[in-house]
Design a protein around this ligand. Structure first.
Ligand SMILES: [Zn+2]
Ligand SMILES: [Zn+2]
Length: 559
């Protein structure tokens, strides 16, 4: 074992998920060893043009790679597991999680060719196990993906509990309840709980989050109401209980079901094969077969609940899907809620489904979706049950963290023991709990296609290009005299519509000619000076005449 460099103190390093929804990731450090808890991604905002994903900054983990003992996965959502394949490029470590979480996360890791850099180690509900020097216990919780965990860590500084994502579903679809008895026991054992980290996603929402099983009731009512229409239902492909409930409700109403979209097909096949869901084979069709059935005999479950432009649902709505075209014979159910960043895509799909003539049902018209996160009364319940000495709200935008902090104070945690932390903060726990602000790099890491991470500079350029456009001026000059041989030619995208701005472009060309002549007169016939002259004068002209500041790129060639 490596030497103890942290004086036996227990540290928590937050790399993501505090101040934003997504890219959840923190390090728990005991005896100088690092346990990475979750490694998620975040979906890009509208002001991140061309960006596919946002990840935590892995600098800290890269620099301490040899101290990383393992990664622990609380559950398999993308905002907790989606960064794993990227992290494995930088470090080699085993991943612990429930068998289902690992099965869902596995595909991505395999596709990225990273499977040989890790070992997937399944742990059971309630199991207690040492991972390096860190003693962990896995507490079953209910959430919008099956088999999620809260985790208790028994550290030299005392017991730390991390809830993971959870809700208190008292009637879960699979009967696997949040283990409240175990949480209560942990609160009584060994002097109680030193620190609680808890999910803040719904901290602004009063009351209780309804049980997942209420969606089954809503779906059965819809099938009864529209016996002659074909159903197309979209949800998260990882929400296996949702998929199972919709399928079972459809089958109970005499329908056959078909699964469309890569992740939906993959996940359902895996979950049926391993017995995580019960969808009988006699009721499952290949999508090609559905054409032979009357609309009232079919229910299609597909991907696309976030309005992703290339997803099954978007293609069906646009009549570009090979096997399914949305028509007035369809009821389309969006059994999900848009996650931040995806709202406009979802509303675009809802619009095109209406255009195709379908009846559209979503969570604002009918109770076809419930959240997977605890609302205020559930959060207070857990705070009461666990009665932590210290509390840190996690998973949420800053405002969610603030609201959760208030709930903690209302639930009896002393205000000076409630710590609102942000990405990059480090907590050291020994006698008390101390926060060092912004102690490690924790900025956004942008992923752009297969290129990998791109810098802030590239993103700033893209934002500028998207707002102001680009103007390229090309001119060939005589290397000796500095006189213009050909050009200047002006090409623009996003500044003015060139065919309708000929006079303006001619004036611009004149400005460039004058500036090059001026440079030549001053004897500055070198390449760089001429280029600088051309850019400056053209940029000034554009600003004066059009009040725009496009990116101006001068290309000066010498002959
Ligand atoms: Zn989450
Ligand atoms: Zn989750």
């Amino acid at each position: 074992m490596s030497p103890v460099a942290t004086n036996g103190s227990t540290r928590i390093v937050f790399l993501g998920g505090l101040g934003e929804i997504g890219r959840n990731c923190f390090c728990l450090e005991v005896d100088d060893r690092i346990l990475v808890v979750d490694c998620g991604l975040m979906f890009p905002d509208a002001d991140m043009p061309g960006i596919d994903l946002v990840l935590p900054d892995f600098t800290y983990l890269r620099e301490n790679a040899e101290r990383v003992e393992a990664v622990l996965l609380t559950h398999a959502h993308e905002d907790h597991a989606g960064g794993l394949a990227f992290l494995l490029r930088d470090i080699e470590a085993p991943i612990y999680g429930s068998a289902l979480s690992l099965a869902l996360a596995r595909n991505r890791i395999e596709e990225a060719g990273m499977l040989d850099r890790t070992q997937l180690i399944a742990v059971e509900d309630g199991e207690r196990r040492r991972i390096g020097p860190i003693d962990c216990q896995f507490v079953p919780v209910t959430h919008s993906v099956p088999h999620g965990f809260a985790v208790a860590f028994f550290t030299p500084a005392g017991t730390i509990i991390h809830t993971g994502d959870f809700k208190l579903d008292l009637t879960p679809v699979d009967g696997r309840r949040t283990d409240l008895a175990l949480l209560g026991e942990l609160a009584r054992r060994d002097g109680g709980v030193r620190l609680l980290l808890s999910d803040s996603t719904n901290a602004e929402r009063p009351g209780f989050t309804p049980s997942e099983s209420t969606v089954g009731t809503a779906m059965r009512a819809l099938f009864r109401e529209h016996p002659d229409k074909r159903f197309i239902v979209t949800s998260f492909a990882s929400h296996l209980h949702r998929v199972e409930q919709v399928a079972q409700a459809a089958i109970a109403h005499g329908r056959k079901v078909a699964f469309v979209g890569r992740s939906m097909e993959q996940n359902v096949a895996m979950a049926r094969e391993r017995g995580f869901v019960d969808i009988p084979a006699y009721a499952v069709l290949d999508i090609e077969e559905t054409a032979r059935y009357a609309p009232g005999d079919v229910c299609i479950l597909c991907t696309g609940s976030q309005g992703e432009p290339m997803s099954a649902l978007s293609l069906m709505a646009a009549h570009e899907h090979k096997h399914v075209k949305v028509s007035p014979d369809d009821v389309v159910v969006i059994s999900a809620h848009a996650i931040p960043g995806n709202e406009s895509n979802v509303s675009r799909v809802i619009d095109s489904l209406h255009r195709a003539g379908a009846e559209v049902v979503h969570d604002r018209t009918s109770p076809v979706h419930v959240s997977g996160h605890a609302s205020q009364e559930e959060l207070k319940f857990v705070l009461n049950l666990v009665s932590p000495e210290w509390f840190v709200p996690v998973h949420g935008e800053y405002r969610h963290l603030v609201h959760h902090a208030r709930l903690a104070v209302d639930s009896g945690v002393p205000a000076d023991h409630v710590l609102i932390c942000e990405d990059g903060d480090v907590i050291t726990i020994d006698g008390g709990a101390e926060v060092e602000r912004r102690a490690v790099p924790a900025g956004y890491m942008y992923v752009d296609g297969i290129v990998g991470d791109i810098s802030h500079g590239v993103l700033r350029d893209r934002r500028m290009l998207s707002e102001e456009g680009v103007v390229v001026v090309i001119v060939t000059v005589d290397a000796v005299s500095g006189e213009i041989v050909t050009g200047p030619e002006i090409v623009t995208r996003g500044w003015v519509y060139a065919p309708e701005a000929e006079a303006l472009l001619e004036d611009a060309r004149q400005v460039v000619r004058a500036s090059i002549a001026e440079a030549a007169e001053e004897g500055a016939t070198d390449f760089d000076t001429m280029r600088r002259h051309a850019r400056k004068s053209l940029a000034r002209f554009i600003d004066e005449r059009t009040r725009r500041r496009p990116t101006v790129i001068p290309v000066v060639m010498e002959v």
